[in-house]
Design a protein around this ligand. Structure first.
Ligand code: HDE
Length: 711
């Protein structure tokens, strides 16, 4: 975590204020400002350690209910919890800002937030897992929420998205069934933070519209390396209007500057135990270290007249719009530059609603979106009460004025003798459209009420196959292994047999492999031919940054007594200049002595962690400097395991001098002939970069590049 002290953090946060942060300052309380203990009503408290008791000589009798301070303290404590979100309960958040590059989107929309490059719109983003409760682990296989609140000058716009562009179901009425199926089973509340159980796969097998999203969730997208390395998608189809009566359908995209990166499943599993807060800490660490996460913002736009030009229904949330057909236009970017000050008040109380739009942006008839518009508003009532929009994190930065009144926990005091419209004073009258009022798109709606879905909604497998075909070889293997893991956790053969049937509609080899892995009957024929169609824009590898970077990466340097001191210092300085963070991992969490260093001389480097204290899984790359310390490393099973495990997870490993021999022995790399290297020569093999001696710009630099190519 951050090494910044409190004072430094205060300077840092002051520098990242924006209109919303200034607005929040109205509610700041600073316990360090010298205030002493009082009751909730301001009475000075003399003793908060001992309950008032009835005493008789040396006999201390019962505690007295009349102790107002004790009752207040306990009562407030008893009610500290509010209902956690029914889905996306576990989350972490940050403040930031959004800017568009220019006004090119004006042809589609009059939304200032999307067209005015002179504006900086404050944002608050909450990332989340879906299945697990508030206290579950970050790195489980799951979809990730990516919900953004834009505090625009025209009101709040909430873009409540995920890191996967499609959804499991087409119609909102199925959401309770989906969530019941994926959540822990009702009889024993098992499992936590996992979809690997009978009920989820039972539902998925019987609800083939989920096949496309299941492929995404089983791919590496289900185990992101970091929130900072995830794409975000609005998923639903929204509309844009430009004030001239033209309407466009739109999908929203976030593309991370650092590229899209994931864990390997073995890492994700281990980190869930080693550091269940890994993603939460990663976000905070990056921001506090000044490596602000940045996403480009893109739109896919389809003019209203072309709505029916596609083989899929563009209002079906189980389908994506292939970028080859509808390119993503990049129009702006968001930077997250400030951590939250208090988790509960901000991250827990923030309330997103898909129905919160600003002028220039509208809904579509996407049946999932329409149900969501009801659900989010409704759920806030049970979580936060009717006046939730007044909570500091939820209130807009522009004026709010209306005749909504009263309700539990009303915070505003409206000084007026009228609370209705029209009124004789003509106060608070509605705005004219020319004054920037929200404009509903005028349209003709007529028809027969029926429980039906659009005819193109009946096709479920084309895009599941299209996505699978688009993955690289390793990504496909990971997906196969994920299915093996998940379905192996289902002990009812009906369930895994059913899912193999679904896979037969996607890819015959995948179905056969899964049947072999999980014990189903070996299928003899595909149910549907694999047409081999693929996109160049669905594999994670398509989103590598144009210029390789190790910004924000965590690099472990493994040392024991006797390492090369100057070399370590130079390596760390170099990596710091590339905005990566190094962590010294040593035989003790104290001073580790370099070659020639002794306690008496006062030399030594402070290890950040003992090598039992953190594991290779929690770092992106490993470095072993030269020096006689390599002998000691060789003798430590844990140090050897560090190298082997990092190698097994395809992490870049850099080694210099004697460090090379240690690394080579630990992983057994016959290809690297260390002895034949000349000074400064660098050899890379299987992601291992070795150099016979240190030279800036060679070994480490290459190791840094590898971090990216493998990440
Ligand atoms: Fe949500 N979803 N959802 N969802 N969702 C909630 O609202 C719901 C869907 C998403 O960080 C709840 O405030 C329905 C799609 C995120 O606070 C609830 C349907 C997408 C978050 C709800 C969907 C999402 C939620 C629970 C199907 C991706 C966390 C707490 C029609 C585009 C927001 C809350 C945060 C949260 C309902 C489907 C994303 C119950 C009925 C599709 C990121 O209202």
């Amino acid at each position: 975590m951050s090494t910044l002290g409190i004072a430094a953090k205060e300077v840092f946060t002051a520098a990242t204020d924006n209109a919303k942060v200034s607005d929040l300052q109205r509610n700041y309380v600073d316990p360090k400002a010298g205030g002493r203990l009082t009751t909730d009503f301001g009475v000075k408290v003399p003793d908060t350690d001992t309950w008032l008791k009835a005493t008789n000589g040396s006999t201390v009798g019962p505690a007295l209910l009349e102790d107002q301070h004790a009752r207040e303290k306990i009562m407030r404590f008893d009610h500290e919890r509010i209902p956690e979100r029914v889905v996306h309960a576990r989350g972490s958040a940050a403040h930031g800002y959004f800017k568009v590059y220019d006004s090119r989107a004006e042809k589609y929309t009059c939304a200032k937030v999307l067209t005015d490059p002179s504006r900086t719109t404050p944002t608050f983003v909450r990332f989340s897992t879906v299945q697990g409760p508030r206290g579950s682990a970050d790195t489980v296989r799951d979809v990730r929420g990516f919900a953004t609140k834009f505090y625009t000058q025209e009101g709040n716009w909430d873009l409540v998205g995920n890191n996967i562009p499609v959804f499991f179901i087409q119609d909102a009425i199925k959401f309770p069934d989906l969530v019941h199926a994926v959540k822990p089973e009702p009889h024993n509340e098992v499992p936590t933070g996992q979809s690997a159980h009978n009920n989820f796969w039972d539902f998925a097998g019987l609800q083939p519209e989920s096949a496309h999203m299941v492929m995404w969730a089983m791919s590496d997208r289900g185990i992101p390396r970091s929130f900072r390395t995830m794409q975000g998608f609005g998923v639903n189809t929204f509309t844009l209007y430009n004030g001239t009566g033209e309407k466009f359908f739109v999908k929203f995209h976030w593309i991370p500057e650092l590229g899209v990166h994931s864990f390997m499943w073995d890492e994700a599993l281990k980190i869930a135990g080693q550091d269940p807060d890994f993603h939460r800490k990663d976000l905070e660490e990056a921001i506090v270290n000044g490596v602000f996460p940045v996403w480009k913002f893109g739109i896919q736009v389809i003019p209203e007249a072309k709505e029916h030009d596609f083989e899929f229904d563009i209002l079906d949330a189980t389908k994506l719009w292939p970028e080859e057909l509808v390119p993503v236009e990049i129009i702006g970017e968001m930077t997250l530059n400030r951590t939250v000050d208090e988790y509960f008040s901000e991250t827990e109380q923030v309330a997103f609603c898909t129905s919160h739009l600003v002028p220039g942006i509208g809904f579509s008839d996407d049946p999932l979106l329409q149900g969501r518009n009801f659900s989010y508003f409704d759920t806030q009532l049970s979580r936060l009460g009717v006046n939730w929009q007044q909570l500091p994190i939820n209130r807009p930065v522009c004026p709010v004025m209306n005749f909504q009144r009263d309700g539990k926990s009303q915070h505003t005091i409206t000084k007026s003798n009228v609370n209705y419209w029209p009124n004789r004073h003509d106060v608070n009258k509605p705005h004219a459209l020319e004054e920037g009022a929200y404009r509903d798109h005028v349209r003709n709606i007529h028809g027969i009420a029926q429980r039906v879905r659009g005819s193109k909604f009946n096709e479920h497998f084309n895009q599941a196959q299209y996505f699978y075909n688009s993955l690289s070889g390793p990504e496909k293997t990971h997906l196969q292994n994920a299915l093996a893991f998940e379905l192996s956790h289902c002990d009812d053969p009906v369930v895994y047999r059913l899912y193999i049937d679904i896979l037969l509609n996607i890819d015959f080899d995948l179905a056969k492999q899964t049947a072999m892995d999980v014990g189903g009957d070996m299928p003899t024929a595909a149910k549907r031919e694999n047409k081999g169609e693929r996109s160049a824009r669905l594999s994670q590898t398509a989103f590598m940054p144009a210029t390789p970077t190790i910004k924000g990466r965590r690099i472990a340097v493994l040392v024991a007594d006797g390492f090369a001191e100057a070399e370590l210092a130079a390596l760390r300085a170099l990596l710091k200049s590339a905005q990566a963070t190094t962590f010294v991992i040593g035989p003790r969490r104290g001073l580790v002595y370099p070659a020639g260093g002794t306690v008496a001389k006062g030399s030594g480097v402070q290890a950040d962690h003992h090598w039992e204290g953190q594991r290779s899984t929690m770092f992106d790359a490993l470095l072993v400097p030269s020096g006689k310390h390599a002998e000691l490393l060789r003798k430590s099973g844990r140090a050897v395991h560090w190298v082997r495990e990092a190698f097994g997870h395809c992490k870049p490993i850099g080694a210099i001098g004697e460090g090379v021999t240690f690394v080579k022995e630990a992983i057994g790399l016959p290809e690297v002939e260390v002895a034949s290297l000349t000074a400064n020569e660098v050899v890379a093999s299987y992601g291992v970069v070795t150099a016979s001696q240190y030279s800036v710009g060679s070994a480490v630099h290459d190791a840094a590049k590898m971090t990216l190519s493998i990440g």
